[in-house]
Every structure is written in C-alpha cells, then in structure tokens.
Design a protein around this ligand. Structure first.
Ligand code: PRP
Length: 175
C-alpha cells in the first residue's frame, strides 16, 4: 500500500475534536465521567479530546482482539478491561478512533453495562457507515469516511503511521 493523499489535515482534525468536545461537555455538564479509551488506535483521539473536557474525568483503557478465521468474523476477546471500581455506578464514555462493522464497540458497550456502568455513551472520530454489520450507532462522531483504507492519527497500516498528525487514505501499490 502507498499513501494516496491526505483525507483530513491536522487543523481539520483539531477543529473537529474541539467541536466534539464541546458537544460531549454539554452532555455531561459538570458531572464526572469515566473515559474508556480503546487501544491501540483510540489513544491519540482520546488524548486530544479529554484535554478539552471541563468536567471531572477519570481515564481507563480497554483492548479487544479478534481471533479465529478471518479478520472481521473471528471471535472477540478482551485483552484489557477497567476494574469494576472504575465502572460501577459511573457515567462512562467509550472512545475509539474508527467505527467499522461496529463489533468492537458493541462488544465493549455490553461488557461495560454488565460491569455496572450507570450510563454508557460512545464517541468515535471516524465512522465508516458503509461497513456496518451491526445496528450500532455512536452518540458522538467526528467524520463519516468512505470505505477506503485510512491511516494516521492513531490508525495503523501494518503497525505504522499511527503517529501521523493527519489522516491519509492508502491505495494498493502500483494502482
Ligand atoms: C480498529 C479500531 C476499532 C475497530 C473497529 O481496531 O481501532 O477498535 O478496529 O472495527 P469494528 O467496528 O469492525 O469492530 P484494530 O482491531 O485494528 O486494533 P488497533 O486499534 O490496535 O489497531
């Protein structure tokens, strides 16, 4: 794969993160919330988003991997999950970089509710609505993206590019 071009510049990303934070803060007002950032990809967006939030924020992390046949149809497994104390009775905001089929966030949402979250909201930066195989809908989302391979701003291609401050579209080499 080669980089085809920039989909969102750093300044477009930062402007959208600021407006999303305003929406999120408007929902919580001054009430505390636990932000659960989905690793690895969600870490950059989470770091930028929470710096704009004005209510008391606790930060936790979760990680999920898929195993079995194929990449999208395998069984999901929890690799990391917050402790019960961080979730029980709390308002929880689940934050990720991209929503694709919706399986990852639906899986984590169900587990966080089972762990006793008092309220569960979801916040994604990119939404590939055309790829959805579940009825999952995020409460807060940044940009809709077409079904192209994207990298940067937390998203990797073969383990690289997560550190780019902008988001690029990739294309197969030579095409
Ligand atoms: C990506 C992304 C989401 C998930 C979305 O993570 O960060 O967590 O896929 O896909 P879904 O909606 O089809 O479940 P990935 O599994 O690539 O892990 P990473 O964040 O560690 O790169």
């Amino acid at each position: 794969m080669d980089i085809e071009g920039v989909l969102f510049t750093e300044s477009e990303i930062q402007a959208r993160v600021g407006s999303m934070a305003h929406e999120v803060a408007g929902h919580y007002r001054d009430e505390p919330c636990t932000v659960v950032s989905v690793l690895k990809g969600g870490f950059l967006f989470t770091a930028d988003l929470i710096r704009h939030l004005t209510m008391p924020v606790s930060l936790s992390f979760a990680a999920v991997s898929s195993y079995g046949s194929g990449t999208t149809s395998g069984t999901l497994r929890l690799d990391l999950f917050p402790s019960g104390l961080e979730i029980r009775g709390r308002r929880v905001l689940l934050v990720d970089d991209i929503l694709d089929t919706g399986r990852t966030l639906a899986f984590l949402r169900d587990r966080l509710i089972a762990a006793g979250a008092r309220e569960l909201k979801t916040c994604v930066f990119l939404d590939k609505t055309s790829r959805r195989t579940t009825d999952f809908r995020p409460d807060f989302r940044g940009f809709d993206v077409p079904d192209v391979f994207v990298a940067g701003y937390g998203l990797d291609f073969a383990g690289s590019y997560r550190n780019l401050p902008h988001i690029v579209a990739m294309r197969p080499r030579g095409s």
